[in-house]
Design a protein around this ligand. Sequence first.
Ligand SMILES: [Zn+2]
Length: 153
Amino acid sequence: MTKEVVANIQYGGDYAEKLREAAESGECVFCQDTFQRDSKFFLMGYQGWIARKSEFPTKDVLGGIPDHHILIVPERHVGSYEDLANQDHVRVSTIVAYLRSRLGIRGGGLVHRLGHPLYSGATVLHVHFHFVVPRIIEIDGEPRAVFVNMPIG
Ligand SMILES: [Zn+2]
């Protein structure tokens, strides 16, 4: 089972440093209890999955932070999308529906990068979904979602 972390040089700052440390230690960041249960970020657990706020939320095209950037992660190490059971997809859907209701989320995106990191841009090779909700600004008197930069590749 691969528990690899890719120190993707396209990331900078604190996140790049954390990736470098994880790559050196050989530990899967997402398997660690300190990641899964960190009370600063933890939102919920459900049938072997957790949802937590991203410690390093993506930016939108105006340099701001989306309203929500939530990671949905299996507690057990799953190295590949194809290794998820059908029931896992039901669990992810249930978590998304619950969070939408609880947080009043009207829309957003659910992103999963799959395959080799060269193509996906993934850094942590432990299956996870990004649930990203853009912030809304007013342009010409109309509410508009600010595009989110979610790198793939
Ligand atoms: Zn893991």
